[in-house]
Design a protein around this ligand. Sequence first.
Ligand SMILES: [Fe+2]
Ligand SMILES: [Fe+2]
Length: 267
Amino acid sequence: MKIAHFSDPHLGAPTDDWTALFDKRWVGLFNYKFRRSYQHDPKYLEKAVQYILDNDFDAVVCTGDLTNTGQPNEFATVKKILQRLVDSDIPVIYTPGNHDCYVKRRHCVEAVRDMVSFFTRNDYTLDDLPVVRHIKGIDFIIFNNSRPTNLIFSGAWVTKKDSDRIEEICSQEKKFPRILVNHYPIIEDQPILRMRHRLYCQGRIEKLLKSRSIDLSICGHRHFYYTKCDDTGRGELCTGSVTKNALMSEIEFKDDKFTLKKIYLEN
Ligand SMILES: [Fe+2]
Ligand SMILES: [Fe+2]
């Protein structure tokens, strides 16, 4: 069982939508113009797609921040690049990031909903989450914590309803290894330093992860690659930004062990 994981491409675009001046998008657009557009190269998302198509994966997982400010024109750009994955027969799991759920404007909310349905080929909708999907001997628990927030906060929190649901899923007899998929890291070692960016109310999920009721959490949000795993590959993997680091992950599950491999997309 071989899984491809990429995250945080942050594809941005200028806007012709004047309403962006009146919500958080102007912050994101400013950020994009003066910082992110120099840091994130869309060609690495294209290379990731090509690598996945060329290398016989059983599943693809994307943990969000496909866009910079969650605008319809940004999603349209991303869709063009991801179309070949959607046209393939590889199962796709996608959960949005905070930048995909940037503001409450109706057309932006509709755009991220549409993206979930498009990328997963209508396998599930944003409103269906959390859901469990079984793919070739692995149970994926997919959930979403990304919602619009204020100007200075890019963190999120797990709702009680989602914690209840995930505990209920994990209380059932475990027949297969469980991989948790969401945008935010569950294990937080710097809660004070990262108070503006972290995931809150994740303690119950973290317990399930640390007791190995959940085997592996895969996420993004932080833009560099790191793992907090034991020698069986159980724990947490953050793959970082595909377009910033020219990097994606390959996760192989074999003989009760996860092998995590960095895939460099530079060449
Ligand atoms: Fe991000
Ligand atoms: Fe993020």
